[in-house]
Ligand binder design. Sequence first.
Ligand code: PLP
Length: 362
Amino acid sequence: MVDLDGLPLRADLRGQRPYGAPQLDVPVRLNVNENPYPPSAALVADLAAAVAAVGGSLNRYPDREARALRTALGAYLARQEGVTLPVEGLWAANGSNEVMLQLLQAFGGPGRCALGFAPTYSMYPDYCRDTFTRYVTVDREPDFGIDPDHAVAAVREHDPSVVLLASPNNPTGTALPLAVVEAVCAATRGVVVVDEAYAEFRRPGTPSALTLLADQPRLVVTRTMSKAFALAGARVGYLAASPAVVDAVRLVRLPYHLSAVTQAVAAAALARADELLAAVDALRAERDRLVTWLRDRGHDVADSDANFVLVGTFADRHAVWQGLLDRGVLVRETGPVGWLRVSVGTPTEMAAFRSALEEVTR
Ligand SMILES: *Cc1c(COP(=O)(O)O)cnc(C)c1O
């Protein structure tokens, strides 16, 4: 037997731990922003039929360019967001995590840096580490927003080749005004990635950076089917950008990176987008109820355009996290010191969370 110390592991990976939100088997799991509503029986039947349809040709490699899926994603964005994008400006991969890694592989690298705005998504430093890109962060404002002047100053100081703007941001739920994205685009030579993993949950009147794509050739908007589409298990993410950005990503993607099964499953789910997005409306309403309930009890809650809320501040957040877990409710101990992140679940799950929190903080 050999342990890690006995292997020629890269020096920068020594002592590191794999990504690890706890996957605990408890009744109420509100810790990784999953959609609590499983696929309907009708969708499951469609998924099974879609897999059966490709099953007979799994001896062949899949369509490397995933053109049918990218076309379906374009149709979805046209219907949902009113933006028309050519298939050449869309790209899909195994979760938006893989999309992000591909972007860092293409646009990051040794001698380059990526700029993020903390607190933000915990995977950004990992993509940077894995692509030998230096990761620098500047702090968000006290309300977790980004001040355009501060962002422009940070861009001037660090000259990043990639700017990472999560909107709505994880773990704070904060969406960015388009003016921030435009100011950053104008200031940088790099590519500007707006990570819109939670876009479908945003409140009315909150814009999407998709509307800026026509005027911003170095802007990239990433999305996922993991959250709104309740398809985290299928691993499908995508991006919209100028065709040149897609050409760059095609240089670094592994051959046949997206399996024929994944492509078929994603397309079948997109065909039922309306059904899936109906649950999103319920979750947004549940989120707004949760924010009001928490504030009524004197907690600080960041405004949320996502399917989770950041609540604080607790003198001993670990004790609160543990107390909730002892009552069968798993939330996420993440974000700034003293705050906890709670995903929005079903009404029954949120009732369990509320009564557990009342007991723990009594
Ligand atoms: C959940 C999440 C993603 C999506 O990850 P997938 O790989 O598509 O499941 C991307 N960005 C942020 C900020 C997220 O929270």
